[in-house]
Design a protein around this ligand. Structure first.
Ligand code: GLA
Length: 406
């Protein structure tokens, strides 16, 4: 009996310790850039450096985007000691030199591996080498690891076991590296086990550069489909652990290897890209940009560098928004903020621009409120109980609401 009590105490303490480590590593959702959606496996050190340069030159690093993450496609097998090595044609200077370059810009560096023998792109995976690979990543100076689960059966217990092996490998290195479970399938449901070992977990299929698709499948899956499956998981998000609805598709405009070619989508409008950003911020989601930052246009830069909306995403309370109004046209979301105020999202799902009236009472907000339109950077009324306005098709308006004079 005493022994069981002792073991339970140890387990409890190690959970507390893990919660603290996670909070330190990722107190708010990670923000950065990731190579997959646009470049797929066709990456090289020139592309990664150009995007690191542009993250700084565009000022996006100043508003919080700090991780430059290489996704699948960098691997060149193992050396005679079984250490992972990069494809030297794509990365002739090696990964350590690239990480050093990224660090020299004041940014952080992320890398990708996968729990199976091969990755989703059929390159060398970490199966059987979990500790060794985590050690190599630490020696290279990685700060973030996306860990995928291809080339494995859909089996929750197996995924959990392999996920934990890699997590232990990271712990042993002693280097603080954000551990992001980068995989999903409907059986393995990462949110049921990943919060105990990682700082974020994918909760849906790969996002495509499209507003909505009829079916939600691995190759057909738009912004709205992803939002719909994420919003119901709001209880899992907390400081140190985030539901990951995949990269932002903002600014891809139908270009891209993975997000567009496979999905054959044609891209989204700027209003839809703004909605992508607004919804991901309300969801307290990791914000990983995936377009080419070196050719970014003004509209994309505006969407991505809105500090007011980013502060909602980065709010220290770490609460994901909940859906309060839901019909075939309107979705209204509310995200409580640490200072007692609220962020409200109003999404028009229809194909028409429409007027909308929101009584704050319907959200359980019973007083009078000062309203700020976060997308337009201006006040939209003081001491109000109702907000009225026009919402364009597929737009998500975001309001910051604070107590007024009652
Ligand atoms: C899976 C992941 C993607 C990407 C690719 C790489 O599909 O969901 O985000 O990492 O693998 O092969």
């Amino acid at each position: 009996m005493k022994k069981i009590g002792f073991l339970l105490t140890i387990q409890f303490c190690s959970q507390l310790l893990f919660a603290q480590v996670s909070q330190n590593l990722s107190p708010t959702p990670p923000m950065g850039w990731m190579s997959w959606n646009l470049y797929g496996l066709d990456i090289n050190e020139r592309i990664i450096k150009a995007n690191a340069d542009a993250l700084v030159e565009t000022g996006l690093s100043k508003v919080g985007f700090q991780y430059i993450c290489i996704d699948d496609g960098w691997q060149g097998g193992r050396d005679k000691y079984n250490n992972l090595i990069p494809d030297l044609e794509k990365f002739p200077s090696g990964i350590k030199a690239l990480a050093d370059y990224v660090h020299s810009k004041g940014l952080k560096f992320g890398i990708y591996s996968s729990a199976g023998k091969t990755t989703c792109g059929h390159l060398t995976g970490s199966y059987g080498f979990e500790e060794q690979d985590a050690k190599v990543f630490a020696e290279w100076g990685c700060d973030y690891i996306k860990y995928d689960f291809c080339d494995l059966p859909s089996d929750t217990l197996l995924w959990r076991e392999l996920g934990a092996k890699f997590s232990n490998g990271i712990k042993k290195t002693g280097r603080p590296m954000v551990y992001s479970i980068g995989a999903f399938d409907e059986i393995s449901k990462p949110w049921t086990w990943a919060p105990a070992m990682s700082q974020s977990w994918r909760m849906g299929w790969d996002i495509r550069d499209v507003w909505e698709t009829e079916k939600y499948t691995w190759d057909k899956n738009g912004i709205l489909n992803t939002f719909d499956s994420n919003i119901v998981l709001n209880n899992y998000a907390r400081p140190g652990g985030w539901n990951d609805p995949d990269m932002l598709v903002v600014g891809l405009y139908g270009k891209g290897w993975a997000s567009s070619k496979w999905g054959n989508t044609g891209g989204c409008t700027d209003i839809e890209y703004q909605s992508n950003m607004s919804l991901w911020c309300l969801l307290a989601a990791p914000l990983m940009i995936s377009c080419d930052l070196s050719t970014i246009n003004a509209a994309t830069k505006d969407i991505l560098s809105n500090e007011e909306i980013i502060s909602i995403n980065q709010d220290p309370s770490g609460k994901q928004a909940t859906l309060k109004i839901k019909d075939s046209i309107w979705n209204v979301l509310i995200k409580p903020l640490a200072d007692g105020n609220y962020a409200i999202g109003i999404l028009n799902r229809s194909k028409t621009n429409l007027p909308f009236q929101l009584n704050f009472k319907e959200l359980g907000l019973l007083g009078k409120y000062n309203i700020r339109n976060v997308l337009q950077h201006k006040m939209d009324g003081n001491n109000k109980t109702v907000w009225k306005g026009k919402v364009q098709s597929h737009e998500t308006i975001v309001l910051f609401v604070s107590a007024g004079k009652n």
